[in-house]
Ligand binder design. Sequence first.
Ligand SMILES: C[S@@+](CC[C@H](N)C(=O)[O-])C[C@H]1O[C@@H](n2cnc3c(N)ncnc32)[C@H](O)[C@@H]1O
Length: 239
Amino acid sequence: MRDKNPGQAFAGGDQEIIESWTLNAEPWSTVVRQQQIESRRLVTDRAIIEAVVVRSPMAVLDLGCGEGWLARALAQRGISVHGVDVVPGLIEQARAAGGGQFSVMSYEDVAAGALGISVDAVVCNFALFGDAVVERLFQRVPSLLSRKGVFIVQTLHPLVACGDLPYRTGWREGSWSGFDPSFVQPAPWYFRTLEAWTGLFARAGFRLLEMREPLHPATQKPASVVFVAEVDEAAIARD
Ligand SMILES: C[S@@+](CC[C@H](N)C(=O)[O-])C[C@H]1O[C@@H](n2cnc3c(N)ncnc32)[C@H](O)[C@@H]1O
């Protein structure tokens, strides 16, 4: 039985995340396509679309695209999207619905240089749950961006997602609480404080341009945090 203490390094957590999404691809697609998650419906879908569209990109890479809703939303606005996800079932669903080009690919593959593309924006919507693999992925993103390209990440707001546990970066026990019983095997996830998120961007050579905290209209608490960053050419030149 796994110790539930926060901050414990769950061995293999990054791999467990992939296994969990593979098992839950079907119910996840249903939840997204039926717009069952209130915070997405009311706040965060619009937040990520706006954060991307305001930058006027022509080409976007959607990392961890899932069943492809964001690609379809951006395609409707004339943007060309390449979506990648590690789960073949989700990529099949995305391809069937159209709106972009979709590839089965893990963050590990992307970090290793498997994607030879250059885009105006790399976007990642609620799809970064790991530790070491996310660190490596961030290191790769600058090479996928055109000049003045942006990296846009929407994720759980740490102050809200923290709950009653200590506000400390580290692995946490997963849960599908609030989702229907067809969801199985929740994976551990790597909780990052705001300081840890900003450090992650900085270590990969990014400069934060914006940090948005869209509010949930009912709770008046942040429904998410959206980071918008660009490559800090000065920092890279100094290295
Ligand atoms: C919460 S879903 C979000 C999907 C989509 N971005 C959306 O907004 O609906 C997280 C996604 O991240 C993907 N993912 C998680 N770990 C991954 C990895 N190591 N490589 C590629 N995709 C990964 C999962 O397969 C899943 O589709």
